[in-house]
Design a protein. Sequence first.
Length: 265
Amino acid sequence: MEFAQKMLSTRGGTIAFSAAAALLAGIILLAYLNQYRSSVNEASAPVTVLVAKSLIEKGTPGNTIGARELFQPTETPKNEALEGSVTDPSTLRGRVAVNDIFPGQQLTLADFSGSTTNALGTKLVAKQRAIAVPLSSAQGLSGQLEAGDRVDVFASFDLESAGRGQEVLKVIAQDITVLDAPDDPATTTAGGSETSNVVLRATRDQTAEIAFASDNGQIWLVLRPRTGTQRPRPAIVTKETLVAGMSPTKAYSNVRRFVRQGGRP
């Protein structure tokens, strides 16, 4: 304190003290300006957010939004990005829109269900449909299938024409995804065979054919490897192809002729 009083008691000391104070103020101002410039640069730095390309209606699954690319990545200044803005499409997987999202609007987590869901609707896009098929233990591979497996769907029919019968088995769908399958195999009782539902994902036309085959014939599911398989042309099996070695093409022609004679499936 005495040192400061002695400095201020002289003209030279006063000038030196003022210069030191001005220097300190300049240093503080420079540090503030640098910090302010950094914060402005950080706020204006571009970030990528997802913006709706078209109307996303309430209830739309996040999987559908991703599969149909209903969004587009857009760069925006960081200070203009909304709180909880979605930057990674994988964030939407398993979620469902809880609000209508309009074209040009940023996608935020608040627009979607707060947690992931296993609802079947979130696993369908565009023309896909889900169908539950009641099957016996053997037909549906009960206890062996699990969600994500791929199967071929076989249907067998007993055709009748002019008092004669004709049994036919045909592949009606290939490489179909299993959405849900029972953990425990169906059991057989004295009154008959109990069934369990296997839920399949297919196209609209395929689900119609599967439903018809389930009501009017008998369905079998055949498990496929998950990778490395091909999709050969579906063939039919009849007594002639199985016993006499008739070609599937000729057998198919015979079946068509049999049906045209007034048969009914």
